[in-house]
Design a protein around this ligand. Structure first.
Ligand code: NAD
Ligand code: TDX
Length: 333
């Protein structure tokens, strides 16, 4: 039996990871610490509340006293908590530095002092910057972040590296490409376009719509993290990607077709500042060394995602009317 501290487990990937982990390791104990920012949604883990082996703590990773308290008896930390949206980082970079850089350092220090056995830092392919038409990021690609978001994630990656090099702290970094799937906050491209198209609302496509992202179904990211927890080597970086490169226009066209909606919903809008042109991930290291393979094609993952948003329409309705925030206001901690 292991004890896991998951940060940011009310967000998109963190909540999917907790569901994944409890399904495969029901005997393990999971503490979910989350600040419940706009992106944190208690509905994402409601079905686990009251079940044995799961506890939610409303708190900030930047709270050193709380982090120290929570680390007692923890074997593994899986660190998802972050400000995660590139567009928001362009308007408010400070909050990204606070949580992603300073918060990560406070968490690392608490984990180091508590003697945590493994610390998995969930990072992103965006730290490598932007690619031209050819090639893919490997773990040896120099980091060259372009947005305040990716710069703050790169800063946290460097702190994780320093904790390994300086203290021998058993930390591992994963760098994943764009995730999609259930429970993704509808500010990111895929959930935004599904929820808007279902209401016959326009889809804003930035620039020429030809920027390329490498899409991975969220459960495949979770299985990659599980491989890293089981047999990842401290101090190493593992890239995770789906080899599903698509232009944004292709993604939008595909989803509109699956939903039976017209392409006239697409509206080209002013480009994102500093918009990275193309990401592609070479994930041969995690495949070769840890035996990870993704289970979903882009088509099967998209269909599962669409089905979830269609079946769980109440989840989006509570975001649209703001009632998903009520739990936060009622929580005195
Ligand atoms: P998200 O925005 O959906 O969730 C982030 C969660 O962190 C929220 O629940 C929020 O309340 C919580 N949080 C924010 N600040 C906090 C703080 N100071 N203390 C405690 N909790 C706090 O993000 P996501 O898309 O699930 O991403 C999770 C992680 O994965 C991030 O670190 C992100 O950089 C990384 N990542 C995301 C993607 C992607 O495509 N979404 C791809 C690669 C890596
Ligand atoms: O309305 C939109 N229109 C549009 O054209 C939005 C929200 C996005 N886009 C474009 C911008 C990007 O090229 O779609 C692409 C995907 O955008 P996002 O969903 O915002 O993701 P991205 O900027 O690629 O970053 C995501 O993947 C890497 C996550 O938000 C990060 O947390 C992760 O690290």
């Amino acid at each position: 039996m292991q004890s896991l501290l998951v940060t940011g487990g009310m967000g998109f990937i963190g909540s999917n990871f907790i569901h994944y982990w409890k399904k495969h390791h029901p005997e393990d104990h999971v503490i979910n610490v989350d600040l419940l920012t706009y992106a944190g949604n208690r509905d994402n883990t409601r079905m686990l509340e009251g079940q044995g082996g799961y506890r939610f703590v409303h708190g900030d990773i930047g709270d050193a006293t709380l982090m120290k308290k929570l680390m007692r008896g923890v074997d593994v930390v899986v660190h998802f908590a972050a400000e995660s949206h590139v567009d928001r980082s362009i308007h408010d970079p400070g909050s990204f530095v606070k949580t992603n850089v300073v918060g990560t350092q406070i968490l690392l220090e608490a984990a180091r002092q508590a003697g945590v056995k493994k610390f998995i830092h969930i990072s992103t392919d965006e730290v490598y910057g932007s690619l031209g038409a050819e090639g893919a990021f490997s773990e040896e690609t120099p980091i060259a972040p372009n947005s305040p978001y990716s710069a703050s994630k790169a800063g946290s990656d460097l702190l994780v590296r320093a904790y390994y090099e300086t203290y021998g702290f058993p930390a591992i970094i994963t760098r994943c490409s764009n995730n999609y799937g259930p429970r993704q906050f509808p500010e990111k491209l895929i959930p935004l376009l599904i929820t808007r198209a279902l209401r016959n609302e326009t889809i804003p496509l930035y620039g020429d719509g030809l920027n390329v992202r490498d899409w991975l179904y969220v459960d495949d990211h979770c299985s990659a993290i599980a491989c890293v927890i089981a047999s990842g080597v401290p101090g190493e970086v593992y890239n995770v990607g789906g080899q599903n490169e698509r232009t944004n226009l292709e993604v939008v066209q595909r989803i509109l077709k699956l939903l039976g909606k017209p392409e006239s919903l697409i509206h080209y809008v002013t480009d994102r500042l500093g918009h990275d042109r193309r990401y592609a991930i070479n994930s041969s290291k995690i495949r070769r060394d840890l035996g990870w393979t993704p289970a979903y094609s882009f088509e099967s993952g998209l269909q599962k995602t669409l089905n979830w948003y269609l079946e769980e329409s109440e989840w989006y309705a509570r975001i649209a009317d703001g009632s998903y925030r009520e739990d936060k206001e009622a929580d005195p901690t």
